[in-house]
Design a protein around this ligand. Structure first.
Ligand code: NAD
Length: 284
C-alpha cells in the first residue's frame, strides 16, 4: 500500500510561504528577571540539614549555580557542615555554617538573621532537614509522633514563615523549598508517622504557594524516592530487623522490585532534577 503525504506538509515547508515577520498579535512577551535577580548579583540560600545527604548535594548545586550558602545542621553534625562550607568556599563562593534546630522557632529566627547579616539578603530557603523512624503503628508513642512532627512539619513551617517574613521585608520575592517524599503520595508501612509528616509538608507547601504568590515568593516541595543516604541506611536496617533479613537486603529488594532504574537514587539525582514550573497550574 502506498503512503500519500498530505499537501499541507509541502505548503508548510515551501520557502515561498515562509512567514518572515511574526504578526504583531503573535509576538509573545516574556517576564524578565528583576535586575537584583540577575546572576552577577550575589544570591543567597539557606539549606537546612545540609551537613550531609540530600541537603549537602543541594547546597553544592546551588553554590555551583552562583549562590552564597548558609549551611545549617544540628550541633552534633557541625563538623560535617564545616566540611561543606570549605567545599563551597573552594568553588569561589561565600559560605557559613550555622548550628540550629529547625524545630525551635527562635533558633530558626537567629539562623536567618545570621545568614542575612553575613551573606546578604535571603533569596532562597530550602527546608530540607528531616528525620525518619521505622515503627509499627500500634507501637508508636505520643513522644514518637510529637518528635516526628516537631522536626518534619513544625521545622518546615518555622523555616517557611520566618524566611517569608524576611523576603517580604526585603521586597523582590524569593523561593521557598521543602523536603516532601514519595510517601507524601502513598505511605510506606512501618513509616506511617514519617509518611504523614511528609503528607503535611506537601499540603502546607501548596497552601504557602497560594498565599505567598502575591509577594512574588514561589513555594515548592521536592519528593524523592529512595535515596542512598544515612537516613535510608537507618530505614533499611530497621525494616530488616522487623522482617528478619540482613542489613542491605531490604534496599536491594526495593531497588529490584520497585525502582524501574534498578538502583536507588543518589543525592545528586535530587539536586539536579527538573520539576514542573508553571506558576501553580498543576500541583503535583
Ligand atoms: P540525612 O539523615 O542523611 O540528612 C538529614 C540532615 O538533617 C542530617 O544532617 C541531620 O543532622 C539534619 N537534621 C535532622 N534534624 C534536624 C533539625 N532538627 N534541625 C536541623 N537539622 C536537622 O537525610 P537525607 O536522606 O539527606 O534527607 C534529607 C531530607 O529529604 C529529609 O527531610 C528527608 O525526609 C527527605 N527525603 C529523603 C529521602 C531518602 O530516600 N533519603 C526520600 C524522601 C525524602
Amino acid at each position: 500500500m502506498a503512503f500519500r503525504i498530505p499537501a499541507r506538509t509541502f505548503w508548510r515547508a515551501s520557502p515561498k510561504n515562509a512567514v518572515t515577520a511574526p504578526m504583531p498579535s503573535l509576538v509573545r512577551k516574556y517576564a524578565m528577571p528583576a535586575p537584583e535577580q540577575l546572576p552577577n548579583k550575589n544570591r543567597t540560600a539557606i539549606v537546612t540539614g545540609s551537613a550531609r545527604g540530600i541537603g549537602k548535594a543541594i547546597a553544592l548545586r546551588l553554590a555551583q549555580d552562583g549562590y552564597d550558602i548558609c549551611v545549617n545542621d544540628i550541633p552534633a553534625n557541625l563538623s560535617g557542615a564545616d566540611a561543606v562550607v570549605k567545599e563551597i568556599q573552594s568553588m569561589g563562593r561565600s559560605a557559613i555554617a550555622v548550628a540550629a534546630d529547625v524545630s525551635n522557632l527562635s533558633e530558626v529566627q537567629k539562623l536567618i538573621e545570621r545568614s542575612v547579616t553575613e551573606l546578604g539578603p535571603l533569596n532562597t530557603m530550602v527546608a530540607n532537614a528531616g528525620i525518619a523512624q521505622v515503627k509499627a503503628l500500634l507501637d508508636l508513642t505520643e513522644q514518637d509522633l510529637k518528635r516526628m512532627f516537631e522536626i518534619n512539619v513544625f521545622g518546615v513551617f518555622n523555616c517557611y514563615t520566618t524566611a517569608a517574613r524576611q523576603m517580604i521585608k526585603q521586597g523582590g520575592g524569593g523561593k521557598l523549598l521543602g523536603a516532601a517524599s514519595i510517601v507524601a503520595f502513598k505511605p510506606f508501612a512501618l513509616l506511617s508517622h514519617y509518611s504523614a509528616s511528609k503528607w503535611a509538608v506537601r499540603g502546607m507547601t501548596q497552601a504557602f504557594a497560594m498565599e505567598m504568590a502575591e509577594h512574588n515568593i514561589t513555594v515548592n516541595a521536592y519528593a524523592p524516592g529512595i535515596v542512598g543516604t544515612a537516613m535510608w541506611d537507618l530505614i533499611d536496617e530497621e525494616l530488616g530487623k522487623k522482617k528478619g533479613v540482613k542489613k542491605g537486603d531490604t534496599i536491594k529488594k526495593y531497588s529490584s522490585e520497585l525502582i524501574a532504574l534498578g538502583r536507588t537514587s543518589v543525592p545528586e539525582d535530587v539536586s539536579s532534577t527538573t520539576i514542573v514550573i508553571d506558576g501553580g497550574i498543576i500541583f503535583t
